[in-house]
Design a protein around this ligand. Structure first.
Ligand code: CP
Length: 322
């Protein structure tokens, strides 16, 4: 794998391959093998132009657990405030020896520009670009769903027939877009639920069902209910109901939580607006996979960095059959 820019162009086989390598990485973590020597001598740069807790820290943890060196760059406090361009910033970091650049940027397409411009030779991983995509979030979400469904028998499996309902601010959500492409590639049936003003205009071209009523969507019996963060910071152009109205009509509260089927799980990519899109009862309930998703994120990002920088499937090195 040269770069990971999106899930839209990821094949079923490549997606399952990444998830299977992530299973191997999770196994090493479970066996308390804290560090693998695999990426010794490699340098991973975390190039973050937008805030992050989970993604930046889990890429850092993933790189360190593979023995890579990590350079963390945050646009805040950097020479970006003096007007330095993306090209000059990236080339400066490449000159310090970057083998992989993990980039989060407010502009949709910035990771692709970095990967295709010829500015740098390092592999590029999209850690979230504008409203476009967040591929490693979708991969860790798919990993979590597969693990919940198949347990230790997950390897080689897709998500055929899994019914996933994604609720909330679809318009601004790169997490929703990456999940729609990846989950449908893996065979899941995806339903989107949102106020009409938070549904993208081009949604008719997406392989999804759209409904506007959360109770109707829950009554249909989803296996997975994925609540999205309301992105108040990106809400300027879109009509947003009052927070009270949003919470009443599209929020997951204790009442709705109890109407879910016995095996349904509740997901959220974080950070959560508790009391807005999800209540504390729902976020902290045994159905919630929020912290499981965070833990799985490290294994998935280890797999992505491994496949980017070591270039082969670790099971091939061990002689395991695929
Ligand atoms: N889910 C996610 O991308 O979280 P962060 O913004 O904290 O990285």
């Amino acid at each position: 794998m040269r770069n990971l820019l999106d899930t839209r162009t990821l094949s079923r086989e490549d997606a399952i391959g990444i998830l299977d390598v992530a299973e191997d990485m999770a196994d090493t973590q479970r066996r308390e093998v804290k560090k693998l020597p695999t990426l010794r001598g490699k340098t991973v740069v975390n190039l973050f132009f937008e805030d992050s807790t989970r993604t930046r820290i889990s890429f850092e943890a993933a790189a360190k657990r593979l023995s890579a060196d990590v350079i963390n760059f945050s646009a805040k406090g950097s020479s970006v405030s003096k007007g330095e361009s993306l090209q000059d910033t990236a080339q400066t970091l490449q000159a310090m020896g970057a083998d992989a650049v993990v980039i989060r940027h407010g502009a949709s397409g910035a990771p692709r520009t970095l990967a295709t411009s010829g500015w740098i030779t390092a592999g590029v991983v999209n850690a979230g670009d504008g409203t476009h995509e967040h591929p490693t979030q979708a991969l860790l979400d798919a990993f979590t769903m597969r693990k919940r469904r198949f347990g230790s028998d997950s390897r080689g499996r897709d998500l055929a027939g899994v019914r996933v309902t994604i609720v909330g601010d679809i318009l601004h959500s790169r997490v929703a877009r990456s999940n729609v492409w990846l989950l449908t590639t893996l065979g899941a049936e995806v339903t989107l639920v949102a106020p009409a003003t938070l549904v993208p205009q081009d949604v008719s071209a997406w392989p999804v069902t759209v409904v506007y009523d959360l109770d109707e969507a829950i009554a249909a019996g989803p296996d997975v209910l994925m609540m999205l963060r309301i992105q108040l910071e990106r809400m300027n152009a879109a009509y947003f109901p009052t927070e009270r109205e949003y919470s009443r009509r599209w929020g997951l509260d204790a009442g709705r939580l109890h109407t879910l089927g016995p095996d349904s799980i509740v997901m959220h990519p974080g950070p959560m607006n508790r009391g807005l899109e999800i209540s504390a009862d729902a976020a902290d309930s045994p159905r919630s996979t929020v912290l499981e998703q965070v833990a799985n994120g490290v294994s998935v990002r280890m797999a992505v960095l491994y496949l980017l920088l070591a270039g082969s499937d670790p099971r091939d090195e061990k002689g395991d059959a695929r």
